[in-house]
Design a protein around this ligand. Structure first.
Ligand SMILES: [Zn+2]
Length: 153
């Protein structure tokens, strides 16, 4: 069984139906493809390339991408195998586009985390500088106060 995002799948099937509105056989193929994607547990993405490996209820097994190993394809007819392969390809592309912003967000977060690390390192340096500067400042302030006190005594 393929893992598919139901929302994206529905959008892709809807678009495919609109695109095939004037091609009756393709509409039938898309309808069957949508049904098979929901019900057929013997469908997998081709691990050795693109397209699908489809175990059919007829007992046959088909490999489909732009081409197909079925009889309908040999006779130049639309088949639900190719419709399925195209629907899954469009689904996977849409899913990848959807996931890109999430990846970008993760990258940006990592950059900020690295910047924070560098900034806190420079904060530590600043604090050390202040710790050495403040005592001498306090000394000078105390000396100035003593001088003032002597002047106005
Ligand atoms: Zn076919």
């Amino acid at each position: 069984m393929l893992s598919l995002n139901c929302t994206i799948l529905a959008q892709v099937v809807e678009t495919a139906c609109k695109d095939a509105a004037r091609h009756g056989r393709w509409l039938v193929a898309i309808g069957r493809a949508a049904y098979e994607l929901e019900c057929n547990p013997y469908v997998e993405r081709n691990p050795n390339g693109h397209g699908l490996i489809i175990g059919s209820s007829s007992g046959e097994c088909y490999a489909a991408n732009g081409e197909c190993t079925c009889v309908a394809f040999r006779h130049g007819q639309p088949c639900y195998h190719r419709a399925m392969a195209r629907i899954v390809r469009l689904h996977d592309e849409a899913l990848e586009r959807q996931q890109q912003p999430a990846q970008l967000a993760r990258d940006i977060k990592a950059i900020f985390a690295a910047m924070d690390e560098r900034e806190s390192a420079s904060e530590d340096r600043l604090i050390r500088q202040l710790e050495t500067a403040v005592p001498s400042l306090a000394d000078r302030l105390a000396k100035a106060q003593r001088e003032m006190a002597e002047l106005f005594a």
